[in-house]
Design a protein around this ligand. Structure first.
Ligand code: SAM
Length: 230
């Protein structure tokens, strides 16, 4: 028989922390990876650290929820990769109380992050069954998010102007109604390209001019609608 080890005693410098569960550990690693890949907005990282991505993925993929990858959510759609969500949200420069329109609710993960950052969120999804699931999640976690089923390429005029608009599907061109529904100084984040690959456009409205910056390449599902893909 081996000798018994003396119990490990905590010194004053060693705070007694509850060990992280497997998934908390994985979420922590996801945040560290986002930092390593250049995400700097601490309010965003805090929001992403406080939301359990497992709650937004389909049950067969729960074990992969903290991988940095897009995962299927039904209807041939996906929840975006955490890095993509972080990159786009950082580009949006969200302030507390900002009115933000999201096109492409999907699982509701992106909308939940925006709400967690203190934004007033409006979101549009074209698939009713995806929206129904996302709404259940908003209710479960107490997020006050306005949502509707419809074609987001024409925006949501009744609630415009928006401080920011984020489009989470790839478009052939920038839909004019979205530009028109930005306030002066507002930002539009939208992937533009063909159905395979897109470049993320960061557009700032300055009175009636639109300053466009082309950033990184991404791969999104198509934005389908009147001002998107047919
Ligand atoms: N933001 C989502 C999330 O956090 O899970 C991921 C969105 S997924 C990559 C893109 C979504 O855009 C899909 O759910 C798709 O049905 C939706 N979509 C495509 N065209 C749309 C349109 N014209 N209006 C609204 N939603 C649209």
């Amino acid at each position: 028989m081996g000798s018994k080890q003396a119990p490990h005693r905590l010194s004053e410098e060693e705070p007694s922390r509850k060990p992280l569960t497997r998934f908390e550990g994985e979420r922590h690693e996801m945040i560290e990876l986002l930092r390593k890949r250049g995400i700097r907005d601490e309010r965003l990282l805090k929001a992403m650290a406080s939301i359990d991505r497992r709650e937004f993925v389909h049950s067969p993929f729960v074990n992969r929820a903290y991988e940095d990858s897009a995962l299927p959510i039904g209807d041939g759609q996906t929840i975006s990769q955490p890095f993509t969500v972080a990159y786009m949200t950082e580009a949006l420069e969200v302030n507390k109380g900002d009115k933000i329109l999201e096109i492409g609710t999907g699982s509701g993960y992106q909308a939940a992050i925006l709400a967690e950052m203190g934004a007033r969120v409006f979101t549009i999804e074209r698939h009713m069954d995806l929206l129904t699931e996302a709404r259940k999640r908003f209710d479960k976690f107490g997020y006050q998010i306005a949502s509707k089923c419809g074609d987001g390429t024409i925006g949501w005029k009744e609630f415009s102007p928006f401080d920011g608009i984020i489009v989470t599907a790839g478009a052939p061109d920038v839909p004019r109604p979205l530009l028109d529904q930005l306030r002066d100084g507002g930002m539009l984040i939208i992937p533009i390209g063909d159905t395979e690959l897109q470049t993320l456009y960061v557009i700032k409205r300055i009175r009636d001019n639109f300053e466009t910056r082309e950033t990184a390449g991404f791969k999104f599902v198509p934005l389908i609608g009147k001002k998107g893909w047919k």
